[in-house]
Design a protein around this ligand. Structure first.
Ligand SMILES: [Mg+2]
Length: 398
């Protein structure tokens, strides 16, 4: 079975956030970054500005020459990070296999979801728009290279002066046909300098690389020759890593559809998140001795707190009880919560002897193993705690 990989990119991310806060900017040529004196570089520019030739990473002075009516807006770091977090938690709710590559870009491996890739992409685009009001584009295919290049290609086809909201899926087996006619510089990993050198030697399209002899390829790319030919043909076996899969931590978070100060609901959500984290730790045969909680309030202030345990754990109940303690000592009363996260860090391989001297741990471990077996066999939804069923995860937005 071919893999199903998606690349998601928020359209003109910083500018889209600015438009949400000041709708009078919609449709105008504006950019985030630079300075009115024309110093500094453009971090993100609106699609109306792009029609005038303005690009990100361009010096602000040059951007103003190209587009004298350009409105320059100052960067608001924390703010963009909060929107980014909300999008990333939607992605992690779709699959744990999310690799965030920047504030507005991520890969997802959705191979285990039954729907066609295009439908998953539409679903994600709609959910991101419904829950954050931000536009995004997605590319999809059998690997990361194809997903990323399909997305870049799809976005470039839309030149309306508005967010492209493109979805571009390359079907399995169509990789080479998609890549061959593209400009050599579009090949992921090629910078403008490499592209210029190749053009000097008469190579303008990716497909022309297929016709080179081994010696020619070697003279262009040295030891990277075979890797680059693979890339040119759309072959890429790299995995999508959960960025939080980095062996130092395992975590899950969720954003409420509507903010809440209902303690029972908050506790149920933490129960559900603790179970998810415990399950993932056991899947990777890891246990951790530091439990963390993340609370974001409705005004976007965020706190993270952690607690060290006597010994490493991967048991849902132990994670949940640590998280509950953290909640009790750190939750500010009468403030509404918009996002909750649970994480476990300081990971190591669990000690098997643990159960030899602690009977309770042994019983819990046996029960947990039995539940995991059922989850593996019948899907993760098969066993849901009574309490976890009351979280408002599935309730529509009011
Ligand atoms: Mg982007």
């Amino acid at each position: 079975m071919p893999r199903k990989i998606l690349h998601l990119d928020l359209d003109a991310f910083f500018c889209s956030v600015e438009e949400l806060l000041d709708p009078s900017l919609v449709g105008k040529a504006f950019a985030v970054g630079g300075s009115p004196q024309g110093r500094g570089v453009i971090a993100s520019c609106s699609y109306a500005a792009r029609l005038k030739g303005v690009r990100s990473a361009m010096p602000a002075g040059k951007a103003i020459q190209l587009c004298p009516e350009l409105i320059l807006i100052h960067h608001r770091h924390g703010l963009y990070g909060d929107y980014s977090d909300r999008v990333m938690s939607i992605l992690r709710d779709t699959t744990p296999l999310v690799e965030q590559i920047s504030v507005d870009e991520a890969f997802l491996d959705v191979s285990d979801l039954p729907q066609p890739l295009r439908l998953i992409a539409f679903g994600l685009q709609k959910r991101v728009a419904d829950e954050t009001q931000l536009p995004c584009s997605l590319g999809g295919g059998t690997n990361k290279l194809i997903a990323k290049m399909a997305n870049d290609y799809g976005k470039k086809q839309v030149r309306t002066g508005r967010a492209p909201r493109a979805i571009s899926i390359i079907e399995p087996g169509e990789e080479q046909a998609f890549l061959a006619p593209l400009d050599i510089q579009a090949l992921w990993g090629f910078g403008p300098k490499t592209a210029d050198k190749l053009r000097e030697r008469g190579i303008f399209r990716i497909g022309q690389l297929y016709e080179l002899s081994e010696t020619e390829l070697h003279s262009f790319f040295g030891n990277h020759a075979s890797e680059i030919l693979d890339r040119a043909k759309g072959i890429d076996s790299r995995l999508v890593y959960d960025s939080e899969h980095d062996p130092k931590s395992v975590s899950n978070e969720t954003t409420y559809y509507s903010d809440t100060d209902d303690l029972e609901q908050i506790s149920n959500t933490l129960r559900w998140l603790s179970d998810k984290v415990g399950y993932r730790l056991r899947k990777h045969n890891l246990a951790g001795s530091c439990v963390q909680i993340k609370i974001r309030y409705s005004d976007f202030t965020t706190i993270t707190r952690q607690k060290m345990l006597q010994q490493p754990t991967n048991l849902d109940d132990e994670i949940f009880s640590a998280v509950t303690e953290l909640l009790k000592s750190h939750l500010t009363a009468d403030r509404e919560v918009r996002l909750l996260g649970v994480g476990v860090t300081k990971l190591e391989q669990p000690a098997i002897q643990l159960s030899l001297w602690d009977n309770t741990v042994q019983k819990k471990t046996q029960l947990t193993e039995a539940i995991d077996t059922l989850k593996d066999k019948y899907g993760k939804g098969i066993i849901v705690r009574g309490s976890a069923m009351k979280t408002d995860k599935k309730e529509p937005k009011p």
